[in-house]
Ligand binder design. Structure first.
Ligand code: PAF
Length: 287
């Protein structure tokens, strides 16, 4: 497996399958790499903790950096190369200038309208679009892989790639399922922030999502399903930022379950256990 540090050395990798990450890799990332490898193109995994998608006071400086373990996971999962640019490589004019530039980007509507992550982390998607667009420009991938765990991010990137189809030669963005621990907790690099005594309560997100699915099957209306999620989250001492049912494409509120929308409608949750912020989501039609 090749280790690439500078964008100039990516040229032979153009038309690859790209898996953008911030490192601190886990089995969820491995599944993205394996999926990419199974599609037959050389796989490039980028490892870059992007400063512009973190607001002041968020966890940029303490975000886990585990390069050696990440390298081994990428190799075992079938990556052809890892791309580990420096902040200087990505943002030659500095992070302050990059933050200013991010603020000027025209974001897809799904990055600003739903009032989900966009309301809780108002500068986040500008930074995500900025860095992902740079990675797409540098790698010129044919395909790119993102997890459904960050569902709004996935939708934002899909819409950005569609809008910029000519720039990225109709790059195909693949959505990959969330990988869960055996008890249902969605895998996340931030799970390592959880104290042992918070781990059980963290499971409240998945329990709330499965209760939402059962409530939809039982014929409850949207408000009742959302109340069920809030009830379960409260039982787990989770401080809720949102727990909602939304249209799967726009992530905007829906008034009632139309027969066609019912199974595709998305339940999305963000909640905190003290300083640890967790997000998860599932299709209402899930098993
Ligand atoms: O999901 C992530 O790890 C990041 O937001 C991404 C897409 C790699 C951009 O930094």
């Amino acid at each position: 497996m090749q280790i690439i540090e500078h964008a100039e050395s990516l040229t032979p990798m153009h038309a690859c399958a790209l898996v953008p990450t911030m490192g601190a890799l886990h089995a969820g990332h491995a599944s993205l790499i394996q999926r990419a490898a199974s599609d037959g193109l050389p796989v490039v995994v980028s490892l870059f903790v992007n400063p512009t998608q973190f607001a002041a006071g968020e966890d940029f400086s303490k975000y886990p950096r585990t390069l050696e373990a990440d390298r081994e996971l990428c190799q075992a999962a079938g990556a052809t190369a890892i791309f580990i640019p420096s902040v200087q490589d990505m943002y030659p004019h500095g992070v302050d200038a990059a933050n200013t530039e991010a603020g000027t980007l025209q974001l897809p509507l799904v990055a600003t309208q739903p009032k989900l992550e966009d309301a809780q982390r108002p500068t986040h998607f500008a930074g995500v679009c900025q860095v992902v667009a740079k990675l797409f420009d540098m790698c010129q991938p044919a395909t790119a892989y993102f997890g459904e765990k960050d569902f709004q991010q996935l939708r934002v990137i899909q819409d950005m790639a569609r809008r910029e189809g000519a720039r990225w030669k109709n790059l195909v963005v693949h959505a990959c399922p969330t990988i869960r621990e055996s008890d249902g907790l969605a895998m996340s690099s931030r799970n390592r922030y959880l104290q042992a005594d918070q781990r059980e309560n963290a499971l409240g997100l998945w329990r709330a999502l499965t209760v939402a699915q059962a409530s939809v099957r039982a014929g409850m209306d949207i408000a009742a399903v959302e109340n069920e999620m809030l009830r379960v989250l409260a039982q787990h001492q989770l401080q809720v930022e949102y727990a909602v049912i939304r249209a799967p494409g726009t992530l905007l509120p829906i008034e009632k379950f139309e027969p066609k929308l019912k199974s595709g409608a998305r339940a999305l949750i963000a909640a905190r256990l003290e300083s640890v912020r967790l997000i998860d989501n599932a299709s209402c039609g899930g098993a």
